[in-house]
Write a protein of this length. Sequence first.
Length: 763
Amino acid sequence: MPDPFELSEDIPAPNVPAGPPPYLAGLNDEQIRAVEAVDGPVLVLAGAGTGKTRVLTTRLAHILVQGKARPWEILSVTFTNKAAREMQDRVAAITGRPVEGWWLGTFHALGARILRRHAELVGLKSNFTILDADDQVRLLKQLMATTEIDDKKWPARVLMGVIQRWKDRGLTPDKVSNEEGSEFAEGTLVGLYRDYQKRLTELNAADFGDLLLHCLTLFTENGDVLHEYQMKFRYLLVDEYQDTNVAQYLWLRLLAQEHKNICCVGDDDQSIYSWRGAEVGNILKFEKDFPGAEIIRLEQNYRSTPHILAAASGLIAHNEGRLGKTLWTGMDAGDPVKVRAVWDGEEEARSVGDEIEVRQSKGQSLEEMAILVRAGFQMREFEERMITLGVPYRVIGGPRFYERQETRDAIAYLRVVNSQDDDLAFERIVNVPKRGLGQATVQAVHQLARAQGMPMYEAARLIVETDEIKPKARTSLSNLLTDFERWRSNLDSLPHAELAAIILDESGYTDMLTRDKSPEAPGRLENLKELVAGLEDFDNLQGFLEHVSLVMENEENKTEDKISLMTLHAAKGLEFDTVFLPGWEEGLFPHQRSLDEEGLSGLEEERRLAYVGITRAKKEALIFHAANRRIYNQWQNSLPSRFVDELPDDNIDQMAEQGLYGGIGAQAGLRTPGAAKGGRDLSETFSFESPKKRGHASDGTIIEGEAWLVPSASEDSKFQLGARVFHQKFGYGKILSSDGNKLEVEFEKAGTKKVIDSFVDPA
């Protein structure tokens, strides 16, 4: 029997032994159908945990073993290089031999491979350079220097982001509409885009967006080249089709027109990346693009319990823009999804920590647990709690809270205010945000500091009195030093959280992030404001900085058992036995920015994100929502997310603390923190507002915020120092000190808190 990998077009297909091939063993009926439906367009709707990867690799092996095509006649697209390697290894294991000559890889890798063969047709040479993100911005800055574009109002990085989004949509400069082009850089960005593309050609270079954009130009302007590849690729297979952008979609559609043997695998219910160009519409209109396409739904889930699947399915059913499927499993029912209402974000972190310790005590590994948050700023409280409990953790998809660039920058400002001898901190932020202090100025300060044996800060004070640096730089540096002196003089007179807010405002750092139009900027601003809020947990600035130093000293142990902490976006494709889902409140999740900017489509993507979160859980999913949350140094009361109401009652176990949402607190006439029903817009730009008056929440905790109603209480406390007391929220503790009716209590689990004596009872 001839080797199926070596078939030529005039050799008939090999005789295949009777009976099902061994590689189909263990597949369910729908999976087998997806493997064997090799002729014509096929869309495989693969729900979460339904064995998508196994189906895709088995289908590829089936095409090869059955002699339908040779390896180089198959184009297989993945979204990551890791996925491509895994697929290659799995197919080789099934076929029993390495697969050589196969066109397998990411869109960018395959586009580059085609482009290098035909580079001259788009004005390049075959050895063209692919620029990384830094080189792209640097080149754009060079072009901007010859124009009148205000680089402070329109930073090069922001404009490059716009250009890349145009490329993701398949738009060359001549295809960008006048209306859209007029929105950026006073209407000059299209011309700048054209100059940028011309300069790339002169440099024999391309950026990542060009790898597909040039292919589209190549195919549409050279029919013979397009026909060559259409004939070459008998079969096209695409993973994660719901995450494709417009340029990728157009590229695939052109290549598939000859044989129409295209199989796209994806899940419209897991399309959560519109912010980086993904178009859920690509998968929704597959049948329209390829008439007669076969739609195969993989609905048997091998990951999660029936309660988890039913809860997720009930939630996502509220989306209108979906093709529809219902996941099911043959597993035991398991536990319902737990929905827990807590008082505030601090208690939420403490409750999650308690649940983790309970599971640890029963032998569950931390590796089998994960905390999935909607926004990066939520991580701080959980990181703090894990450190307090001594629970090892890792942050997936990004740095830890105190390792983020914006957090480090803010802390550097505070370090210089605290100690002017801190050269590392001073050098980090001396020109952040940019204030015209280039490398030459910093080097001059360095040299003087070394020569005189003094800190850079002192050297800077001396050098601004001389002509060693240029007048403009001298003025900027002098102004910065004046700012530091003013901030330092307020250390004792202003609350340290308020001072931090003032520093970040007056330094121009928050304004820098406000003007940044990149997708990451709002999250970075959220992190900064969460940092300021976190300062209130410490008695003074020095205590906070010492705490950060201790946190940063924690060694990363690669082999240690750790719980995973990540955003919901970073969790896609992962799975854990137990998943904690905090912050399910209106305004936070669904995120207000998504609702304001995208309307219904934004809401549906947020709901898909919730669906992804729940379906990461194999055995347990625990959802938390807080009645009050301190966001950006302001208390806000919150309503539970609408997604909580959309969960099927039969599949959830819901429990709220007494007094939340109009319970005891309302009956006592107490006002809960904040006034905005359902919370306030988390995406709008806030100035850092300082606390105005002291008061307490309805659990008796001393807080900073608006004027609160205070229940009557005796001026002198009825408790003695050292007395053991019980608090409904914080549990058991011992009184450390008292000031009238205000107590400082060291609680066994919650740590030291300041409370009103009428909220505790003798233990």
